[in-house]
Design a protein. Sequence first.
Length: 304
Amino acid sequence: MELRHLRYFVAVVEAQSFTKAAEKLFIAQPPLSRQIQNLEQELGAPLFERGSRPLRTTAVGHFFYQQALKLLSNAEEIKLITQRAGMTERTIQLGYSSSLLCGLLPRIVCLFRQQHPNLNIKLLELNGMAQIQALKEGRVDVCFGRVRISDPAVKRVQLREERLMAAVHSSHPFANQRRPISLAELNDEQIFSYPSQAGPGYAVQVKSLFLEYGLEPKRFAVLDCLQQSLGMVAAGEGICIVPESVKMMQFRHVNYLPLADSAAVSPIYLIVRNDDEGQYTRPLFDCVYQVYDLEAIEYDRRVF
Ligand code: BEZ
């Protein structure tokens, strides 16, 4: 016996006629009659009084009708509950580099949440190689990062390049300069960078930037995280090169100064697995582009 048989039986009982029930069910009458006969054979009892007009159920038929209604209603309930559970359990996991929380990431997540209210959005702070590793292991679906890492398992979009700034203590001689500072002027400073992890990361990017201008900072310390580096700047222990959006992090006695050098930029990448088939990847990309459009920020959509 299948749910289909119960539906047919209920339709016949309620229409009190095989012909009317067949019309309602959009099937021909002979197969409907056959299905009811099969049901009667399986149950070993007649469900309808033969020859009654309008069609009436037997006592067994009436009992079976009440049970069938309960079962069909349960089945519908199970379907709805499962559909609802399925909706909330759909999850997208996003990896992000710490400084991106100061930029457009919160706005992107907020808009994406509005567009997908039943989606579970999980955020995981990951930097550099850890993003690629997490993508490969399926721990995250999409990453927003700053480091260009080529790996056959992933593809990426360089969304834009963000200007870099120098975070300096308010007592620093440069702190109240009205002109942009050059990297050459910062070369002899104690420089703090982050994060302290193996492999290519933001700190390597900053060091390479000095090298690009033939400079090599002698005092370059890599700390655990962005907040720690800015804390050291606030303590007057040194300076830190940060993406422009970080200036929204207001530490007492930390001033943010523009850098003069044209190469002083940090890229922002959107990275996904090469074989990505995530249902929410494309909508997330579109949401990112929508936020850029709303903010009137130029960006690139090319995938590498
Ligand atoms: C941005 O600031 O441009 C950005 C931050 C996170 C994700 C995507 C873009």
